[in-house]
Design a protein around this ligand. Structure first.
Ligand code: CUA
Length: 389
């Protein structure tokens, strides 16, 4: 039997394996991967995606050519019993120059767009239409501030479609990395140092992001969501957020924070010791009528929640340990992307934060109380938080 026919026959035995591999790849790729980098929905992500695929195309071509030549040589020139000693060669100048120059040209072809993209990524977007958002990484959640709108929120970054968002980023405690795969790459965030990123969302929708730098025990559950909205919907959201809570006097807000030169925030507030200005700012937007809500409001103060969480979005105090809760009742997830925001999950989180996210800075609020009382108080707190939308 000729050599080629034998090779084909042997390879054909592997056909079921190839089919299985194809099925696995096709199945895997058809699933919905919320954090895929392969489905860009923004300009910066598209630049990165282009570089990735340019590199993959060249790498595939090189792989096929080199492996093809290797496999061909293995079968075509393999030794058989009785063969004479093959011809001994000591290099071929033409071949060696060729296989040095061609890869060098390919690398230049990849390096030029890559370096250009690195510079482009580091540009600060300019123009009146740019929306600046300050991102502050905390153990283990994300704070988002809109200085132009004087708004603060947590774990949900609302952005308008078609408008460039310029992120000024820092960290509250340790190094984190802000990663929103469908809009931009990832960028480390540091205490006392500002890093930048920008992107323009192309399509309305809800997208996921994640901390991408190990930052402690709950690093893996330090997620966030990007809510890209049509400009009118975004403006409506911002206008609504500005109504959440009475503005606190600037002097009171300043007394509990210190903004550093880098734009990041230093911790001063201590849990359990709410400054008077904060207790004041914890007032719900409208007088509560439901007795359960009233009880929840009292518990929010009594249990010390108010020491770490603000309930105002507009002109919110800075430097708090816990996420801003001004619109927590309307968010899709709680506990930094860990649980869908259902009453049941919210109750579970409030009654046993350490059970949900071990090591989290939120303490257990119900030391030594019996189960019935914990249940009742948790229900009241959930009812109260639900009114903050
Ligand atoms: Cu923050 Cu990992």
């Amino acid at each position: 039997m000729p050599l080629a026919a034998r090779a084909v026959r042997r390879l054909s035995r592997l056909a079921p394996l190839f089919v299985l591999l194809l099925v696995v790849v096709a199945t895997a790729c058809s699933r919905d991967f919320p954090q895929t980098t392969l489905a860009p929905k923004g300009d910066l992500a598209r630049i990165e995606d282009d570089i990735f695929f340019t590199t993959v195309k060249w790498a595939t071509l090189v792989f096929v050519l080199v492996e093809g030549a290797l496999v061909y040589a293995i079968f075509r020139f393999r030794g058989k019993p009785g063969d004479a000693e093959p011809e001994q060669v000591h290099g071929n100048t033409v071949v060696e120059i060729t296989w040095t120059v061609i890869p060098a040209l390919i690398l230049v072809g990849i390096a030029v767009p890559t370096v250009k993209a690195i510079f482009k990524e580091n540009e600060t977007p300019k123009g009146g239409n740019v929306l600046t958002v300050e991102v502050i990484g905390h153990q283990w959640w994300w704070e988002f501030r809109y200085p132009g709108l004087n708004l603060t929120t947590a774990n949900e970054l609302h952005v308008p479609v078609g408008r460039t968002v310029s992120l000024k980023m820092g960290a509250f405690d340790v190094i984190h990395s802000f990663w929103l795969p469908q809009f931009a790459g990832k960028r480390d965030v540091f205490p006392n140092r500002e890093t930048r990123l920008w992107f323009t969302a192309e399509e309305a929708g809800e997208y996921t992001g994640q901390c991408a730098e190990f930052c402690g025990i709950q690093h893996g559950r330090m997620a966030f969501r990007v809510i890209a909205q049509e400009p009118a919907a975004f403006d409506a959201w911002a206008a609504h957020m500005q109504t959440l809570g009475a503005p606190v006097p600037a002097a009171a807000a300043d007394s509990i924070h210190t903004a550093t030169a880098g734009g990041t925030v230093q911790q001063q507030a201590k849990p359990g010791a709410p400054p008077p200005a904060l207790a004041d700012s914890a007032r719900p937007p409208a007088p509560a009528e439901d007795p359960l809500v009233v009880q929840g409001q009292k518990l929010f103060l009594l249990k010390g929640c108010v020491g770490c969480h603000s309930l105002v979005a507009y002109n919110a105090p800075k430097g708090l340990l816990g996420p801003n809760l001004a619109n927590v009742g309307a968010r899709t997830y709680i506990a930094a992307g860990t649980l869908p925001n259902t009453d049941e999950n919210l109750a579970h989180w409030i009654s046993d934060p350490q059970g949900v996210k071990h090591g989290v800075l939120m303490p257990n609020l119900f030391g030594g109380e019996d189960a019935a009382k914990v249940n009742e108080e948790t229900k009241a707190l959930v009812a109260f938080l639900r009114t903050h939308r």
